[in-house]
Design a protein around this ligand. Sequence first.
Ligand SMILES: Nc1ncnc2c1ncn2[C@@H]1O[C@H](COP(=O)(O)OP(=O)(O)OP(=O)(O)O)[C@@H](O)[C@H]1O
Length: 284
Amino acid sequence: MTAAAVRVTGVTRVFAGAGREVVALEDVDLTVAPGEFVSLIGPSGCGKSTLLRLIADLDAPSAGTVEVFGRPAREARLSRDYGIAFQQAGLLPWRTVRANIELPLALAGVGRGARRERADHLLDLVGLADFAGQFPDQLSGGMQQRVAIARALADEPSLLLMDEPFGALDEMTREHLQTQLLRICAENRAAVVFVTHSIPEAVFLSDRVVVMSARPGRVREDIAVRLDRSAVAGAGLDSASDDLRADAGFFAHVARVRAALHGTPSLAVAGDTVAEDAVRGGAA
Ligand SMILES: Nc1ncnc2c1ncn2[C@@H]1O[C@H](COP(=O)(O)OP(=O)(O)OP(=O)(O)O)[C@@H](O)[C@H]1O
């Protein structure tokens, strides 16, 4: 049997604060299959970023276990099984855009020519071909974020951990990169754990949307999203994405996730068209 890309079992994370403890996560279970796209959504402070940091081995659980491809998270980190793109771009200021993108490849021992070719492709993908020689502080926040996304994809990781990577981008760029991300994931068969505050973004991208409850963070609902993304994932066409976003099934899933988030019973089920009017326009 193939190991899960991510297996979180009974994870609790308690932070020691000034005079009081903060239970950020309590008894969380989460399994992500290879190639599966799972979004985490929930109220601010419910522990989404904490969960992602635990999977990335940037933090350790107070109880429970985290495995990545059947190995403890630490081993997975050391063997660079995953790419990371977090809210803060985290670029190295003394390296150019190109050198930042090439960094994971250099660490993996990829030769100069191949590195350059891959970086050129990624620069095109995120629309920064003209900025390859600039330094991060010469770019806007959104452009820096795009560099971080390109860097996370450089090594074609089999697991991508992304914490609101599109949060700082304008809507058009955001939708374009969502489309490209679907295509790239289909190409590489990468699994993704994706933190977002946007319900439509979660529904557009995910095979499953995991809705978390307010602190202490727990999994409130795990919603399968069944949409036909083949046209988007195949060619990465923005027009195919527009069609999908206008689909009645898409709106029904948005309504379902919103109801779970707000803790109200959902009237909409996947495929309903009645939900459409009720749910237009919403981020969480
Ligand atoms: N290093 C830390 N020390 C103490 N408390 C922390 C630490 N990191 C997170 N917390 C607390 O844990 C809880 C969960 O934080 P986390 O950042 O994971 O939430 P989140 O769901 O990602 O929030 P947001 O949606 O606002 O980004 C919060 O109450 C936060 O204050």
